[in-house]
Structures are given as structure tokens and as C-alpha cells.
Design a protein around this ligand. Structure first.
Ligand SMILES: [Zn+2]
Length: 269
């Protein structure tokens, strides 16, 4: 599932390609992916311009000059492609938004959704989310306080969207590895130094992942050299049995609270 760095990469690329463009057509092939009757959804989008694209956690918010918002969550398996009639993946598209000849395809949007909402409705939909890990207002004192109240394991705490928003399976493992902490370690048992290392690792891993375009490799458009650049940089995620880049021990894969988790049992303590 795309996480914060993947969605931030998407946001930046979509902004370059689509902001200030006018929607000329909308095709809905799966009604469950949207929150209105297709005809109504379409009529509220045609001739409307995207003014800005924001990100909150793993969501994107397309701000429209009609005053409404398109709230997107790709969930598991969802992705997007910017192409044309002649250039698009040979896959089922749940929703297609056209900007003249340019088309934005939503693919694999089965668990995910694209909802047309007012500002107040969008705010309500996002209200349960914890702070953004990279928000500059989330300094160490705030993080220290936040994690001190959690009894769960690091893995389950980091992926809990009410605790911090935007981190999922891949980056929770990468952050624990970077910090040298085992993912099954209890959050409230970390000492001051460990909390500091975890905090710095979280900021460092997510910042670097955004710089490299995230780990998911499906390109957003033809010639997209940015998306997925972080895949080669993952140090434990999806590397079961491969040598740890820090100590050489094989990376272990284990289910923690039914989430696949990768770590080094030797140098993570
Ligand atoms: Zn190791």
C-alpha cells in the first residue's frame, strides 16, 4: 500500500502535470469508488479546475475552484496513471478524469475511493488522523510525549494512523531498522535515548524516501524517472533471507499482529 512518501511523490508530480487544468470529462466505471450518482459526480466536475493538490497522511486532496474537494485514498492495490487514449496501462480503470487529451486514470481502486466533498466534509473525513510525522510542529518533545503513552509494540504503534499518520508496513520496518530497535519492542519501554533515535530515524527515513520518489515502482506517466527510486534503498522491507546491510545476518520476516514485518534479529535490539 502506498504510504506517506509515495503519496507525497504523487502529489508533487500530479501538481506539475494537472494544477490549473480544466476537467473536460469524467468516466466512472465503478460506482462504489465514488460517493455520488455518476451523472451527478460528473456534472459537478466538468469545467472545474484543480487549483491545488494537498496531501494528508496517505490521502490526496484535489482542491477545486468550485469550492469542493476530491478526496483520494488508494488503499491496497490502487494506483494512478497520467496518459492519453493512446498511452495507458492495459488494466481496468475504475475512474477516468480527462483534461482535454490528458487523462488521469485510477486503477485498482477497489478498496480505495475518490470522494467529492465540501471543505467541512473533507475535514471531518480526516479528523481522526494523528499528526504528520514530518510536520515541523512535531518536535521531539511532542513525539516523546506521544510515544510515552503507547503500550503497544513499535510496529503496531507506528502503523496506527491515530497515533501518527502516513506510516505503513514498509516504513515502520525501515524506521525500526534505522533506529536499531526491534519492531516488537514496547513503545512505552523505550528510554529517552531510544525515543530520540526513533524520532530522528522516522524523520530521516521518510525525508530520504520522498527525495528518492518512494518505493512503489508503478510509473505515474511515461518517462517518469522519479517514482519508485527508493525501492533499491529499502534496507529490510521485502529482503527476507538477504544479508543485513549493517551486520550481515539474514533479514527475518515475521507476522506481528498479522502484519508482515522484516527486521534483523542481530543488530536490532
Ligand atoms: Zn543486522
Amino acid at each position: 500500500m502506498p504510504e506517506l512518501p509515495e503519496m507525497e511523490t504523487c502529489r508533487r508530480l500530479l501538481t506539475e502535470k494537472l494544477v490549473r487544468k480544466v476537467i473536460t470529462d469524467v468516466e466512472v466505471n465503478r460506482e462504489k469508488s465514488i460517493n455520488a450518482q455518476p451523472a451527478q459526480f460528473k456534472s459537478q466536475l466538468i469545467n472545474v479546475q484543480i487549483t491545488e493538490i494537498q496531501r494528508r497522511a496517505k490521502h490526496l486532496i484535489f482542491k477545486l475552484n468550485s469550492g469542493k474537494n476530491l478526496l483520494l485514498h488508494l488503499m491496497l492495490g490502487g494506483w494512478m496513471y497520467i496518459g492519453s487514449e493512446a498511452d495507458n496501462p492495459d488494466r481496468t480503470k475504475q475512474v477516468i478524469i480527462s483534461f482535454g487529451d490528458i487523462k488521469l486514470y485510477f486503477i485498482g481502486l477497489r478498496l480505495g475511493y475518490l470522494h467529492l466533498l465540501t471543505d467541512a466534509e473533507a475535514e471531518e473525513a480526516l479528523s481522526g488522523l494523528g499528526p504528520e510525522p514530518l510536520d515541523h510542529t512535531l518536535g521531539f518533545p511532542a513525539f516523546h510525549e506521544l510515544i510515552g503513552s503507547r503500550r503497544g509494540m513499535l510496529k503496531t504503534t507506528l502503523v496506527n494512523q491515530q497515533f501518527l499518520s502516513g506510516i505503513g508496513n514498509c516504513y515502520s520496518d525501515e524506521i525500526c531498522f534505522e533506529a536499531g530497535l526491534l519492531p516488537m519492542k514496547k513503545a512505552d519501554e523505550l528510554d529517552e535515548d531510544e525515543r530520540k533515535i526513533l524520532y530522528q530515524s522516522m524523520k530521516g527515513v521518510l525525508t530520504r524516501a520522498i527525495q528518492f520518489g518512494g518505493y512503489m515502482e508503478e510509473p505515474l506517466f511515461k518517462g517518469d524517472a522519479k517514482t519508485g527510486g527508493y525501492n533499491e534503498q529499502c534496507r529490510v522491507y521485502d529482503r527476507e533471507g538477504e544479508p543485513c546491510l549493517r551486520c550481515g545476518s539474514p533479514i527475518v520476516k515475521e507476522e506481528i499482529s498479522s502484519r508482515k514485518t522484516f527486521y534483523c534479529g542481530n543488530c536490532q535490539r
